[in-house]
Design a protein around this ligand. Structure first.
Ligand code: XLS
Ligand code: MG
Length: 346
């Protein structure tokens, strides 16, 4: 029997956030990058994911040479710590140039800024030995539908991705769909939209996706179904596991915090489809609850990883044979109870 797969885990510096929210200031002091890197290693994580300006702060003020120098120096710190860089994502939602969108901004000068910033993000990824660029299209979409031409915006998105794919022949783009927030309606809200637009690019095999549990839930979808769909195309290249309590703002709750069965089915699907066998990481895009005290700062990440591992045991010990017999007999009430009893533990 093949040795069961052991998953590799990852998080980003932003997952050790200070507690500020739209209604109040931070509740925890800012921690250093070194502290965050130490915590990551101490708690069994193997990689860190980055925004471009996590890796190179004040990126717009830096020359290309300075940008590569800083990215290389960070890469050395990571390697010395035995930590990989999982991906780099252009943070296209802070700049004054992206107030009304990045790639789909109505102003061609702003679209040009967003593409140039994305090419510099690729320079950072190269310097940090990762070929993965994550595109969370935070500000691609509308507050009112009449402000943009959604048909033309598909062309703008393809144009931006084509520029990135042409700039570097090895880079892979993982689109991270989300249906809303900060936008009222975001473009490319689901995995289906992401993989469809991949087909319009100059090199579809280098355009895949990243699923975030909460984003699928905000779209009214089951994250496990989104995982299965993406794996059918062999295009799930990263994963942000977390949780969400209903259709409200993106809560980035610890994995399993609200929906244990939905979490169980995500892990069961990863197992069944073989996610991770080509080096993909399980990332937890989670934030501490605002009242979390500094001495409990890592708990949401440690708990998410622990919950994942406990649910992995549950997935591997689930009585599939009995489940299939109940499916064959179309006895779904009993199947339902079989899952519940298994999760409750006998
Ligand atoms: C949204 C994104 C974001 C990261 C990656 O959930 O994952 O959290 O910044 O762009
Ligand atoms: Mg995310």
């Amino acid at each position: 029997m093949a040795k069961p797969h052991s998953y590799k885990f990852c998080f980003g510096p932003w997952n050790l956030s200070e507690g500020a929210d739209p209604y109040g200031p931070p509740t925890r002091p800012v921690q250093s990058f070194d502290w965050k890197l130490d915590q990551l290693r101490e708690h069994g994580f193997e990689a860190m994911m980055f925004h471009d300006d996590d890796a190179v702060p004040d990126i717009d003020s830096k020359s290309s040479a300075q940008l590569v120098k800083e990215a290389k120096s960070l890469s050395k710190r990571l390697k010395d710590a035995g930590v990989a860089a999982e991906m780099v994502a252009p943070r296209l939602w802070f700049s004054p140039h992206t107030i009304d969108g990045a790639y789909t901004n109505n102003d061609p000068k702003c679209r040009k800024y967003a593409i140039e910033r994305s090419l510099r993000c690729i320079d950072i990824a190269r310097a940090m030995d990762t070929d993965l660029i994550v595109l969370w299209l935070a500000r691609e979409g509308t507050y009112i539908r009449e402000s943009k031409d959604a048909r033309r915006c598909v062309d703008y998105l393809v144009e931006a991705m084509d520029k990135m794919l042409g700039y570097d022949k090895k880079i892979r783009l993982a689109i991270e769909p989300k249906p809303n927030e900060p936008m009222d309606h975001a473009y490319l809200p689901t995995i289906g939209h992401a993989l469809a637009v991949a087909q319009l690019t100059r090199d579809p095999k280098r355009v895949g996706c990243l699923i975030e549990s909460a984003h699928a839930l905000l779209a009214g979808l089951d994250p496990a179904d989104e995982i299965d769909f993406a794996m059918a195309f062999d295009k799930l290249w990263s994963l942000h596991l977390n949780d969400q309590n209903g259709m409200k703002f993106d809560q980035d709750k610890p994995f399993g915090s609200n929906n244990l069965r939905i979490a169980f089915n995500q892990v069961r699907t990863l197992e069944r489809t073989g996610y991770g066998r080509h080096g993909e990481y399980v990332c937890f895009d989670v934030h501490p609850f605002r009242p979390t005290q500094p001495n409990h700062w890592m708990d949401h990440l440690v708990n998410s990883r622990q919950t994942f591992l406990r649910l992995l045991e549950k997935a591997r010990s689930f009585d599939d044979k009995q489940a299939q017999a109940l499916v064959k007999d179309r006895n779904y009430q009993a199947l339902d109870q079989l899952v519940i009893e298994h999760l409750l533990g006998k």
